[in-house]
Design a protein around this ligand. Structure first.
Ligand code: NAD
Length: 260
């Protein structure tokens, strides 16, 4: 379905971003990976799906590096057709103890990076398909873009902001072939969440299994993690012709978390 298209997925060296990159590659899209840590392993995994893959190590907290990444992608593949704004970090502390530099980093990586990548991707998307426009912008927000939890002020503010940015981007391009939607996962067992399980296990002297059960039980009625594969399938749907008129939604895949 996506043969000949190019998808750039930020923060795709692990977790949800890698899951979405693989799902888009399975549909034939060429992929630009981004993120820290080992990029060669993910690159090989996606190449094995028979598409072209490249990697840019831009630090998504730095607008100049985001500009370099977008220019690199355009030069390598001609255009970014699908932009997945996924890179994100977490920091947990009460507001009065929240280090200001962590606040700035969370807002920069989880929110401002999406603004920069989107503003740089839009002109080519709007010019695509002989000027009718074609593009898909998918923002990986969170159930924390819809509801809050204590001790996550920067994350919740950034994710609510990202849902707002999604709606504005969708509206500004509503008469074109460019759509913008958000995905709002509940708990997904990635390194980002494993750190929170580890903190709980240590604080309460629990085993990994007990801490995991407690974490899910506090928020997620299904008591099950959402998987990167399930989120990848939702991203593929947003890229499909059936989703041509899906614009500005914030779709939660959260085991019932936000329904409570
Ligand atoms: P993860 O830690 O597995 O992956 C995060 C990715 O972002 C990695 O590739 C990392 O290298 C990259 N990254 C971090 N800082 C970066 C920076 N400055 N520049 C470039 N890349 C950077 O985490 P994940 O759980 O897969 O999270 C992915 C997204 O999903 C995040 O936006 C997160 O907020 C969101 N999310 C996660 C969950 C969950 O339960 N795991 C739930 C809801 C939303």
């Amino acid at each position: 379905m996506l043969k000949g298209k190019t998808a750039l997925v930020t923060g795709s060296t692990s977790g949800i971003g890698l899951g979405i990159a693989k799902a888009l590659a399975q549909q034939g899209a060429n992929i630009v990976l981004n993120g820290f840590g080992d990029a060669q392993g993910p690159k090989r995994e996606i190449e094995a799906l028979g598409v072209e893959v490249d990697y840019h190590g831009a630090d998504m907290s730095l607008p100049a590096e985001i500009e370099a990444m977008m220019a690199f992608a355009a030069q390598r593949f001609g255009r970014v057709d699908i932009l997945v704004n996924n890179a994100g970090i977490q920091h947990v502390a009460r507001v009065e103890h929240f280090p200001p530099e962590r606040w700035d980093a969370v807002i920069a990586i989880n929110l401002s990076s999406a603004f920069h990548a989107t503003r740089l991707a839009l002109p080519a998307m709007l010019a695509a398909d002989a000027g009718k426009g074609w593009g898909r912008i998918i923002n990986v927000a969170s159930v924390h873009g819809l509801v809050a939890s204590a001790e996550k002020s920067a994350y919740v503010a950034a994710k609510h902001g990202l849902v707002g940015l999604t709606k504005v981007t969708a509206l500004e391009n509503a008469t074109t072939g460019v759509t913008c939607n958000a995905i709002c996962p509940g708990w997904v067992l990635t390194p980002l969440v494993q750190k929170q399980v580890d903190a709980k296990a240590q604080a309460l002297n629990l085993s990994n299994a007990e801490a995991t059960k407690l974490l899910l039980g506090e928020k997620e009625p299904s008591l099950q993690f959402t998987t990167p594969e399930e989120l990848g399938a939702l991203a593929v749907f947003f890229c499909s012709p059936a989703a041509d008129n899906v614009r500005g939604v914030a779709w939660n895949m959260d085991g019932g978390w936000a329904a409570q």
